[in-house]
Ligand binder design. Structure first.
Ligand code: UDP
Length: 447
C-alpha cells in the first residue's frame, strides 16, 4: 500500500493544513506519516486520526524555534540537522514493512526536496499560501513580473488591478528580512511535470491557478479546513493545537451571546502589534459598542494598555488563545477582525464569516485585497497617520461590516463562498477530483 511522508514547516499555520490534507489522503486509502520536529511532537499525539506522526531533530529538541538566538540561526539548524535526521528516518522506514512511496514537502522546507532526491524518493511540493501569492513569488523570482512602483496600478497575470502596497511584502525586494524574503521568493523550482499542491480551490482562485499551471502540474486541493469541528472539549478540529485554547471560558462566553453580535479578533500565531496600535484597537473595540472576543497571545499581553486584559469592559473578553474553528463556527460571531493569514482567511470563508482586514506583512496584504475586492467577503481598515489604524476607523469599519449598508452584500458573498468551499471538497467537487488524481498518481508509483 502506498505510504506518503508529509513534511510541513514546523509551525501551527503549516502543520494544520498539511495534517488536514494528510487526513484526507488516509480517507482515500493511503498510509500517511506526518514528520515534524521532536520539540513539536512532545505536545501532539503520535497518532492523529489515521495519520501517524514521527519526529526528526531540528537541533532544538528542548525549546524549538523560540530557544534559538534568531530565526536565521534556527532555519540554518533546521536545514542542517533536519536533513540528516530526515534521511535517517527515511532509511529506517525503507528497511521496514512500510517503506515510503513519496514525500509531500512544504515549499517552506525546500531542503526536504533535496533529501528526497538524495534517497531516490519522488517528491511533491505543497504550498500553504494562496495561489495568487504563490504565483506572485514565482513570477517575481523568475524576473517575469515587476512589482509596480507606488502610485501605479497593474493588472496582469490573472491578478486583479494591484498597487505596490497590496503585493506580499517579501515580493517588494525592499531589503527587509532578507533571509525570509529569499526563502519566500525561491520556493518554487521545478518544471511543468512537477506536482505542486495548493491549499485553495479552483473556484476561489481560477485565474491564479491557471497561471500556475503554465509552470507546474499545479492542483488546488483545499480548503484544508475541517467543516465541522468536534466539540469534545479537546480537539480543535485540526487534531492538534500547539497552544492550549482557553476553551471553556471562551465558548461559554460566546454561547451566551446573540447571533451575529460578536467581533472576533485574532492576529494569528506570529504577528505582534505596536503598543500604540494595540491601544487604538482596544479603544476602537470598546467604542464600537459590540461584544468582542480578542485573542492576545501570552507573550503579547504586555503590549495591551495596562489592566485591559483583566478588565476590557463589560462587552469584552481577552484570551491568550482560542479554539478558532469552533469560534468561527459559532453563530454569535458576526465579524472576524483578522490579520488575514491564509489559514484564518480560508477558515473565515469556510464558515461564512464576514471579515474586517488588518493585514500586517508577508502574504497578508494580498489576501486582504482579495477579501475586499475579489471575493467581497469583507473590507479593509485604512491605515492613517504614523502607519496606524486609528480607533475611529476601527469603529467605523465594525459598524460597516455588522450594521452598515454593505452588510447584506458582504454576508451574501460570505454565504456563497462558504457553499462553494464545501462543494469543492465534497465528493465530485473540484478539490476532491484533484485529490483523486493525486491519489491515483501515488498509487501508480506504489505498484
Ligand atoms: N489559531 C487558533 N487560535 C487562535 C489564533 C489562531 O487556533 O487563538 C489558529 C487559526 O485557526 C489558524 C492558525 O492558528 O489555523 C493561524 O494561521 P494563519 O495562517 O491564519 O496565521 P499565522 O499564524 O500563520 O500568521
Amino acid at each position: 500500500m502506498a505510504h506518503v511522508l508529509i513534511l510541513p514547516y514546523p509551525s501551527q499555520g503549516h502543520i494544520s493544513p498539511m495534517l488536514q490534507f494528510a487526513m484526507g489522503l488516509t480517507s482515500k486509502g493511503l498510509n500517511v506519516t506526518l514528520v515534524t520536529t521532536s520539540y513539536i511532537t512532545k505536545s501532539i499525539n503520535t497518532q492523529i486520526g489515521n495519520v501517524s506522526v514521527a519526529s526528526i531533530s531540528d537541533g532544538y529538541d528542548e525549546g524549538g524555534v523560540r530557544s534559538a538566538s534568531s530565526l536565521e540561526v534556527y532555519l540554518d539548524s533546521l536545514e542542517v540537522v533536519g536533513s540528516k535526521s530526515l534521511e535517517e528516518l527515511i532509511e529506517k522506514y525503507n528497511q521496514s514493512t512500510k517503506p515510503f512511496t513519496c514525500m509531500v514537502f512544504d515549499t517552506y522546507v525546500p531542503w526536504g526536496d533535496k533529501v528526497a532526491q538524495s534517497v531516490g524518493l519522488p517528491s511533491i511540493a505543497f504550498s500553504t499560501q494562496s495561489c495568487a501569492v504563490s504565483s506572485i513569488y514565482h513570477l517575481v523570482s523568475k524576473g517575469i513580473l515587476d512589482v509596480p512602483e507606488p502610485g501605479i496600478i497593474k493588472e496582469m497575470f490573472g491578478l486583479p488591478s494591484m498597487e505596490r502596497s497590496e503585493f506580499p511584502s517579501f515580493a517588494l525586494k525592499d531589503g527587509s528580512y532578507p533571509t525570509l524574503a529569499a526563502f519566500a521568493l525561491d520556493q518554487f523550482n521545478g518544471n511543468q511535470d512537477d506536482w505542486v499542491l495548493f491549499n485553495s480551490f479552483d473556484e476561489l482562485e481560477t485565474e491564479a491557478i491557471t497561471v500556475l499551471q503554465d509552470y507546474f502540474h499545479a492542483r488546488a486541493i483545499g480548503p484544508c479546513v475541517p467543516f465541522l469541528p468536534k466539540v469534545d472539549g479537546h480537539d480543535n478540529g485540526y487534531g492538534m493545537s500547539l497552544l492550549a485554547p482557553e476553551d471553556n471560558v471562551c465558548m461559554k462566553w460566546l454561547n451566551e451571546k446573540p447571533a451575529n453580535s460578536v467581533v472576533y479578533v485574532s492576529f494569528g500565531s506570529f504577528a505582534s502589534l505596536q503598543n500604540k496600535q494595540m491601544e487604538e484597537l482596544a479603544e476602537g473595540l470598546k467604542g464600537s459598542g459590540k461584544y468582542f472576543l480578542w485573542v492576545v497571545r501570552a507573550a503579547e499581553q504586555k503590549t495591551l494598555p495596562k489592566g485591559f486584559a483583566e478588565n476590557p469592559g463589560e462587552n469584552g473578553l481577552v484570551v491568550t488563545w482560542s479554539p478558532q474553528l469552533k469560534v468561527l463556527a459559532n453563530e454569535a460571531v458576526g465579524c472576524f477582525l483578522t490579520h488575514c493569514g491564509w489559514n484564518s482567511t480560508l477558515e473565515a470563508i469556510n464558515f461564512g464569516v464576514p471579515m474586517l482586514a488588518m493585514p500586517q506583512w508577508t502574504d497578508q496584504p494580498t489576501n486582504a485585497k482579495f477579501i475586499e475586492d475579489v471575493w467581497g467577503t469583507g473590507i479593509r481598515a485604512k491605515v492613517g497617520e504614523e502607519g496606524l489604524i486609528g480607533r475611529k476607523e476601527i469603529m467605523k469599519c465594525i459598524e460597516e461590516v455588522m450594521d452598515g449598508e454593505k452588510r447584506c452584500k458582504i454576508r451574501n458573498n460570505a454565504k456563497k463562498w462558504k457553499e462553494l468551499a464545501k462543494e469543492a471538497v465534497t465528493d465530485g467537487g473540484s478539490s476532491d477530483r484533484n485529490i483523486n488524481e493525486f491519489v491515483a498518481y501515488v498509487n501508480a508509483m506504489a505498484e
